[in-house]
Write a protein that binds this ligand. Structure first.
Ligand code: HAM
Length: 414
């Protein structure tokens, strides 16, 4: 049997890669305009980096990681997310000492052994933005604004922003206790997983997809009742800043996110045209993460967005030729050296030049030129070689003219 991609993984074929490159270009561009620099970390890390940061009880750590025992004995995991690796790099390279504010972004593949479905893969791609050093609401607003601007530039459809605050550590421990008090008498109505989570991490129960448990959640205490005065002040300020930026949002006090490191502001951008897997992006503050991983206490906030989901929710763009594609047809075998040289000269002038290497007929090559959307075709036949001329056919108007070889630059530069 011929080999196939592994379940939940996909090839990005040449015909699709232009859309990916455009997306990547917009991300690089917007991130740079906000003063963020790219960070690239390894694809695999120590397993405990993820279990300590994302949390043992989360779906990601408890059942979705690709983990193996290295020959040297240590446990290694393909990265299921990138915030923990970026925090690890921040600590390892002492980035906090280099500047009080570290602004970084990234793009790359992630691995989660989830049940594949539309918008959910086992290898997928994220881009993410992370800012280390500021505890103030301006930083929250900046991070959310970057997401909003990128998604608006991309023309993402039917997008809404859900916002919540998970409060500070003190608020969380009071809320945890309140959830335990609420769920303990209902314990036998909970699934086995939720019963386990009730002891260790009751906030995770709010993430349940089980409809019976969701009914129980309707009456459960809300995190909003446990915010400290400072939590409340921080969150109101974030909302005011978003309003002044005219970024619409909805409050959702049940949104806990699927990872344990969050504190205070959390958010998701949801696209209603995506079906069940509708979260394009998720993020929030993680003021305790750097310290948990052994660094100095450092407030931080960021988000990550699923690139496949972004591409699914924007219109497939027409094949773009960028208006600079030229096709060079050489019909004289002995002149192929010259043809290669002419192609390079045109490339130097800023054009993309395609040449046939199958020695096909004039007709077949013209068809190919049309297929790739070339704007001009340069033709070299016996007569042209003899007279040191070139035929240039403009495919947009259909007009053809003969020019002297020496006028090549003049022709393409004008
Ligand atoms: P996350 O919510 O786990 O957060 O993932 C962020 C986004 O990645 C999701 O909203 C979704 O678009 C995409 N995504 C997640 N899993 C899959 C999958 N199996 N297939 C396709 N797309 C997927 C994080 O990863 C955090 N590190 C975000 C963050 C950064 N928080 C602070 N900074």
């Amino acid at each position: 049997m011929a080999f196939q991609t592994i379940k939940g993984t996909h090839d990005i074929l040449p015909e699709d890669s232009t859309r990916w490159q455009k997306l990547e270009h917009i991300i690089h561009d917007v991130a740079a305009r906000f003063g963020y620099s790219e960070i690239r970390t390894p694809i695999f890390e120590d397993t405990s980096l993820f279990s300590r940061s994302v949390g043992e009880d989360t779906d990601i750590v408890s059942k979705e990681m690709y983990t193996w025992q290295d020959r040297s004995g240590g446990s290694i995991t393909l990265r299921p997310e990138l915030t923990a690796p970026v925090a690890r790099a921040f600590i390892q390279h002492n980035l906090g000492r280099k500047s009080p504010l570290q602004r970084m972004y990234y793009m790359g593949p992630l691995f989660r052994r989830e049940r594949p479905q539309k918008g959910r893969q086992r290898q997928f791609h994220q881009f993410g933005i992370e800012a280390f050093g500021s505890k103030f609401p301006e930083q929250d607003a900046e991070i959310i604004a970057i997401g909003y601007i990128i998604f608006s530039k991309l023309g993402l459809k039917d997008l809404s922003l859900k916002l919540n605050s998970l409060g500070s550590g003190k608020c969380r421990s009071h809320y945890k206790k309140a959830l335990q008090d609420y769920f303990n008498p209902l314990k036998n109505q909970l699934s086995e997983t939720s019963q386990k989570r009730l002891e260790s991490n009751p906030l995770r129960i709010l993430d349940t997809k089980n409809p019976d448990e969701q009914t129980l959640l309707a009456e459960a205490p809300s995190i909003a009742d446990f915010w400290t005065e400072d939590d409340q002040k921080h969150f109101s300020h974030v909302q005011d800043l978003l309003s002044s930026l005219e970024i619409p949002f909805e409050l959702d006090s049940r949104m806990v996110r699927g990872l344990d490191y969050y504190t205070r502001t959390t958010f998701e951008f949801i696209s209603s045209n995506l079906g069940a897997q509708d979260a394009v992006c998720g993020g929030g503050r993680y003021d305790g993460l750097v310290e948990t991983l052994g660094g100095k206490p450092t407030p931080a906030i960021g988000f990550a967005a699923g690139m496949e989901r972004i591409l699914m929710s924007i219109d497939p763009q027409e094949k773009s030729t960028e208006g600079n594609s030229v096709y060079l047809i050489n019909l004289v075998e002995s002149a192929s050296g010259k043809a290669l040289q002419v192609a390079n000269e045109i490339r130097e002038l800023g054009f993309a030049v395609t040449m046939d290497t199958l020695r096909r007929s004039l007709k077949a090559q013209l068809r190919d030129a049309n297929r790739i959307g070339a704007i001009k075709v340069v033709i070299m036949g016996d007569e042209e070689i003899k007279n040191q001329t070139l035929q240039i056919k403009d495919l947009t108007t259909g007009e053809q003219e003969e020019i002297a070889e020496s006028d090549l630059v003049k022709h393409f530069v004008v």
